[in-house]
Design a protein around this ligand. Structure first.
Ligand SMILES: [Cu+2]
Length: 206
C-alpha cells in the first residue's frame, strides 16, 4: 500500500496549509524566520516580509475574511497582507461616504464606488502583488493590500522586526514590501524546529 502523508497545520490563524506526499516541503517539519528591515522608514509605516514562493503545498484562504476598515478617514490596517484567493471585507465604519479604488499600477484593479456608513463591500484578491488603495472622496487616504503566494508572511513592527512562524523546512527567497523602501530578496534556509535569523541591510529609499 502506498502511504501518503496528509495533514493540516494552522498557520498563524490565517488559514490552513495542506501538506501532501512524502516529498512535499511539509514532510520535513517547520521552523521560524525572524528578521529585521534596517531602515529609518520602518518607523513611518509598517512593511511586510514574506517567502516569495513555496512549491508542493496547497494553501486555503482563511475561513474568516480579513478586514480593511475605513475608520476616521484612515485605512485600518494601513497595510494588509493576504494569501492569494482571499476575499477582503471593506466596511465603512465612518459616518461619511467613502469611494475606495485601486490606484494606478495596482496588481488587482477595482473600484467600489461611493458607499455609505455601515455598508461592507468585498474584493477577492487572486493575483500575487501589491494593490495601492485610495479613496475618490478623501485624497489623503492611502493603504496597501499585499497578496502573497503562500501564508508565510509577517508585518513589521516599529523597529522593522518581524517573525514568520511555521515555515516548512527548505530553501526559499525571502523578500518584503515597504512603501518607502526598495525591495530586495535574500536566500533563507529553514530547518525544522529551528529559528533562522535574517537582516535586510543597506536598504535604499524608493
Ligand atoms: Cu474616503
Amino acid at each position: 500500500m502506498k502511504r501518503v502523508a496528509l495533514w493540516a497545520v494552522a498557520v498563524s490563524g490565517l488559514g490552513l496549509a495542506f501538506f501532501t506526499g512524502s516529498e512535499a516541503a511539509g514532510g520535513g517539519g517547520t521552523g521560524t524566520v525572524k528578521g529585521v528591515l534596517k531602515s529609518p522608514y520602518v518607523r513611518l509605516a509598517e512593511g511586510v516580509a514574506f517567502i516569495e514562493r513555496v512549491d508542493g503545498l496547497k494553501f486555503e484562504p482563511p475561513p474568516k475574511n480579513p478586514v480593511m476598515d475605513q475608520k476616521n478617514k484612515i485605512f485600518t490596517p494601513h497595510l494588509l497582507p493576504v494569501l492569494a484567493g482571499t476575499t477582503v471585507d471593506f466596511p465603512n465604519t465612518d459616518d461619511v461616504r467613502h469611494s475606495v479604488f485601486s490606484r494606478p499600477g495596482s496588481k488587482s484593479p477595482f473600484n467600489l464606488g461611493q458607499y455609505d456608513a455601515g455598508v461592507v463591500k468585498q474584493v477577492k484578491f487572486e493575483e500575487v502583488g501589491v494593490t495601492h488603495l485610495g479613496c475618490n472622496i478623501h485624497s489623503e487616504m492611502s493603504g496597501y493590500i499585499v497578496v502573497c503566494q503562500n501564508p508565510y508572511f509577517a508585518v513589521t513592527d516599529r523597529k522593522g522586526e518581524f517573525t514568520i512562524p511555521d515555515v516548512p523546512a527548505g530553501s526559499f527567497k525571502l523578500t518584503f514590501f515597504h512603501e518607502k523602501i526598495q525591495a530586495v530578496a535574500l536566500d533563507v534556509t529553514v530547518e525544522a524546529g529551528k529559528e533562522t535569523s535574517v537582516e535586510f541591510a543597506n536598504l535604499k529609499r524608493k
